[in-house]
Ligand binder design. Structure first.
Ligand code: ZN
Length: 322
């Protein structure tokens, strides 16, 4: 298997400057299922897009809340992208979690591989017990204007996927092998089990045919632009990178490390930021892939991918309901 691209090598430099980007992490309760449309393909197109891989720490004990923190939910544990990740060596030469926290906390494990992607949540529409189409889920967000007036607006329900290969993304390898992409159809994802026994199962839906006869395949930049408007300028794959890089950076920048782990970096946080940013909810932990599992995934994919052939589209079609 051609490995998904190793991480955010072209991620923006860690300036600690930019605005905090709001992000919604995808999570399911045990037994829950949802329909999503991947906006990140399994593998990159050229050197752009594809799942992003970085090393990540979980359940790391946090330092005390900043003195100006007025909330009552300061997390006792938090996650972070490891600053010793190979992609970040030009920005950092140490990681306080690896170097100072792991050695003295027996319950904090070494950094593990985690993959990143973005997806849109979708909703099925039924008529007379028959599935007729799928539309985009929306969420209501409250924003403040310059005068501080709150305003409710609707936006597409885009979610960040931050999971391991072995119980989540690896399950998509066979579908990627069959269809040559994850972007040409919706998937139902269902969570089974809890804690270390958590597993995710995927079921592909039939492709959607648009009014003009085209398949709703997000490798088409004009179709991806519905979710990631930059796609028309930079292409569908780079648009995924552009969406994810700032969100991933927020897991390793000085603000994150200063807020939760390293009191020496506290000066990087302005009071407003320590109030504004919600602690990240970490999906259930899972063990990394073993080399055996990697080999299995690779073998499975080799078997399933027809040589030089475009997989035929399954019969039937769902309508795009917007
Ligand atoms: Zn580390």
């Amino acid at each position: 298997m051609q490995n998904p691209r190793r991480g955010a090598s072209s991620a923006p430099a860690n300036t600690g400057g930019g605005n905090f980007v709001r992000s919604h992490y995808f999570s399911l309760k045990p037994g829950e299922k949802r329909i999503i449309r991947f906006l990140t393909d399994y593998e990159p197109e050229g050197d752009k897009g594809g799942l992003l891989l970085l090393k990540q720490h979980f359940n790391v004990p946090t330092i005390e809340a900043p003195s100006d923190y007025t909330g009552d939910k300061w997390p006792q544990r938090a996650s972070a992208v490891c600053r010793r990740d190979p992609n970040l060596t030009d920005q950092f030469d140490s990681c306080i979690i690896c170097d100072e926290i792991v050695p003295v906390h027996s319950d904090v494990r070494k950094a593990a591989d985690r993959f990143w992607a973005v997806a849109a949540v979708r909703v099925q529409e039924w008529e007379d017990n028959r599935l007729v189409g799928v539309r985009d889920a929306k969420r209501t967000v409250v924003t403040k204007d310059a005068q501080g007036n709150e305003k409710e607006t609707e936006e597409l329900d885009l979610v960040v996927l931050n999971f391991s290969m072995n119980n989540f993304f690896g399950r998509l390898s066979a579908f990627y092998g069959l269809y040559g992409t994850l972007l040409d159809r919706d998937y139902q994802v269902e969570r089974k089990g809890e804690g270390l026994k958590t597993e995710y199962e995927f079921a592909p839906l039939n492709p959607i045919t648009l009014g003009d006869g085209r398949i709703f395949d997000l490798r088409e930049a004009d179709l991806m632009a519905r979710y990631l408007p930059r796609a028309t300028e930079v292409g569908y794959a780079a648009a995924s990178d552009e969406y994810l890089f700032p969100i991933i950076e927020q897991q390793y920048d000085d603000r994150h490390y200063g807020r939760f782990f390293d009191s020496r970096l506290r000066s990087a946080i302005t009071p407003a930021e320590s109030e504004a940013s919600e602690p990240v909810v970490t999906p259930a932990p899972a063990v990394a892939n073993t080399p055996d599992e990697e080999a299995q995934i690779a073998a499975l994919q080799e078997r399933l991918r027809p040589a030089g052939e475009t997989p035929p589209a399954p019969p039937g079609g769902l309508r795009d309901l917007g």
